[in-house]
Design a protein. Structure first.
Length: 138
């Protein structure tokens, strides 16, 4: 069995963003040469997320509104975690959206269902963050 590891860095210009990273994962898969196996994609930061969903702007807007209702950014003093940083809401949003995804690799391609894409969710941006892509298989 072979393995391949790549780390990509994202620095969003805003506090929150949803970024389709499927093309970057596909590039890593091609570079790996693996035709059958699994790819793990995970955020290496506790205030961001990796998840699978549809790449549709209305849905992204709905997710942003939904997350803000569940874990509002402000007022900052509503959270015991806030003090040095004002990112307690980002930790909670990450908990909801998840840390990673695992996707099957079949015949050298990501084995997705209809409309599925891999997204990076940033909840406390404006600084460099890393995403791990780990691929195992043959």
């Amino acid at each position: 069995m072979k393995s391949y590891r790549q780390v990509i860095t994202i620095n969003t210009p805003s506090r929150r963003a949803f970024i389709n990273i499927t093309p970057k994962v596909n590039e890593a898969l091609r570079a790996s040469g693996i035709k059958e196996g699994l790819v793990l994609v995970n955020s290496m930061h506790i205030t961001s997320s990796v998840f699978i969903n549809d790449d549709e702007s209305g849905l992204h807007s709905d997710m942003e509104k939904w997350l803000e209702k569940l874990a509002p950014e402000k007022p900052y003093n509503q959270y015991a975690h806030n003090g040095y940083e004002d990112n307690a809401d980002a930790h909670l949003k990450r908990q909801i959206m998840g840390r990673e995804v695992v996707v099957a690799v079949t015949d050298g391609k990501l084995d997705f269902g209809t409309w599925e894409q891999i997204f990076y969710g940033e909840f406390d941006g404006m600084r460099a963050k890393r995403i791990l892509i780990k691929i195992i298989g043959e």
